[in-house]
Write a protein that binds this ligand. Structure first.
Ligand code: SF4
Length: 323
C-alpha cells in the first residue's frame, strides 16, 4: 500500500438542523484513505456512517449541512468546490454505491439503456457503437455477460442488479469508491459474490474503497483497516488484524466479544444498552452509559481520537499508547 493519500478527511462535521437545534450526525471526523486500500466503517444504525458518505459526495440534503472540515482529494478540498466542479469530480474521482442502490434501477427499462444514459451523461460525443462496447466492457468488469445489457432489471437476481450498480459506479474509473452497505438485502452466498466483485473491481482500478456496513464477518474478509463510529464520532481506527486480535476501545472490545469468531457472519448486536439519541447525547464520552470501565472523568470530558501506535487511533481516556 502506497503511503500517498487518496482522500484526507479533516475534522468533518455534519449536522441536521431542526429549528434552533443542531444535531451533530458526524462530529469532528478525521481519517486518511490510502490508494488501493479498503477501509471498513462500522457502527450501529444512526452512528453517522451514511451521513458521512453522502457528505463526502456532497449529496446530503437539508436539513443536513456540512458545518466544517475538509476532504482533500487530488490536492483540492472537495467540500469547498463549486457545484459545477463538484459535478465533474463526482463519479470521475469519487463515486458512491448508495445503500439500496439495486432498487434504484428502473425495472422496466433495459439495462443497456440505463447504462447508456449514465455513460452519455459522463462521456459526451460517443457513437452508439462505442457506448455499446463500453457497456459490454463494464459488464465484463463486474463478471456479468454482455447479454445482461438486453435484459430488464426485473429479470435479474439481486446479486446481478447489485453488480450492474457497481458497473455504473465505475464508469469513469474513480480513484475513490464508497460502498454503503453494498450487500444488504442479499443472501449470504450472494453477499460473498458481490463483495468479491467489488474487491476485484477496486483492485483492477487500484482505487481506494470505503466499505460501510455492520457485518463484521464481511469486514474481516474484505477490509484492510477498520474504523468504528459511535454517535457521530470515530472511536477506533486500526488495521483489521490488530482490531480483531487486540481491540483497544471499550466499545470495540464489546463488539469483538459478541462475535463467535471473526470469520463468522454476525451483525452488530448484543451489546447492552443502546446508542444514545443524537438529540440528547450524554455528557463527556457518549459511550459512558454503556461502558463497563467508565470513570468520573468520562462523564465530564470528551475523549479525542488519538494516535496510540504508528497505525492505530482510539478515542478513550483509558487507552494507553501501545509500545
Ligand atoms: Fe469508556 Fe471512558 Fe473510554 Fe469512554 S472514555 S470508552 S466511557 S473508558
Amino acid at each position: 500500500m502506497s503511503q500517498d493519500i487518496a482522500l484526507q478527511v479533516n475534522s468533518l462535521r455534519v449536522s441536521y438542523r431542526s429549528g434552533d437545534r443542531e444535531v451533530k450526525a458526524v462530529d469532528d471526523v478525521t481519517f486518511s484513505l490510502y490508494p488501493g486500500e479498503r477501509l471498513g466503517i462500522v457502527g450501529e444504525s444512526g452512528s453517522g456512517k451514511t451521513t458521512l458518505a453522502l457528505a463526502l459526495m456532497r449529496l446530503h440534503k437539508p436539513p443536513a449541512y456540512i458545518m466544517g472540515g475538509e476532504a482533500i482529494l487530488d490536492g483540492r478540498d472537495i467540500l469547498a468546490l463549486g457545484l459545477d466542479e463538484m459535478r465533474q469530480t463526482r463519479w470521475s474521482k469519487l463515486s458512491l454505491i448508495p445503500q439500496g442502490s439495486m432498487n434504484s434501477l428502473n425495472p422496466v427499462v433495459k439495462v443497456k439503456h440505463q447504462m447508456a444514459d449514465a455513460v452519455e451523461a459522463h462521456e459526451r460525443g460517443l457513437t452508439k457503437n462505442e457506448i455499446a462496447k463500453h457497456i459490454d466492457h463494464l459488464l465484463g468488469r463486474v463478471g456479468l455477460p454482455g447479454s445482461v445489457a438486453e435484459m430488464y432489471p426485473h429479470e435479474l437476481s439481486g446479486g446481478m442488479k447489485q453488480r450492474v450498480c457497481i458497473a455504473l459506479a465505475i464508469i469513469l474509473e474513480p480513484s475513490v469508491i464508497i460502498a454503503d452497505e453494498p450487500t444488504s438485502a442479499l443472501d449470504v452466498v450472494v453477499q460473498r459474490v458481490v463483495m468479491q466483485t467489488l474487491n476485484d473491481v477496486q483492485a483492477q482500478l487500484n482505487a481506494a474503497m470505503i466499505i460501510i456496513g455492520h457485518d463484521m464477518g464481511l469486514m474481516a474478509q474484505s477490509a484492510d483497516r477498520l474504523a468504528v463510529m459511535y454517535a457521530g464520532k470515530m472511536v477506533e481506527v486500526s488495521p483489521i488484524s490488530s482490531f480483531f486480535h487486540d481491540p483497544q476501545h471499550p466499545y470495540s472490545k464489546l463488539l469483538i466479544s459478541s462475535l463467535p469468531s471473526p470469520e463468522e457472519k454476525r451483525e452488530l448486536a448484543g451489546i447492552p444498552g443502546s446508542q444514545p439519541s443524537l438529540l440528547e447525547l450524554p455528557s463527556g464520552c457518549a459511550f459512558h452509559p454503556r461502558c463497563p470501565v467508565a470513570e468520573d472523568r468520562c462523564r465530564a470530558e470528551i475523549p479525542a481520537l488519538r494516535q496510540i501506535s504508528s497505525q492505530r487511533h482510539a478515542a478513550c481516556h483509558l487507552v494507553e499508547e501501545l509500545s
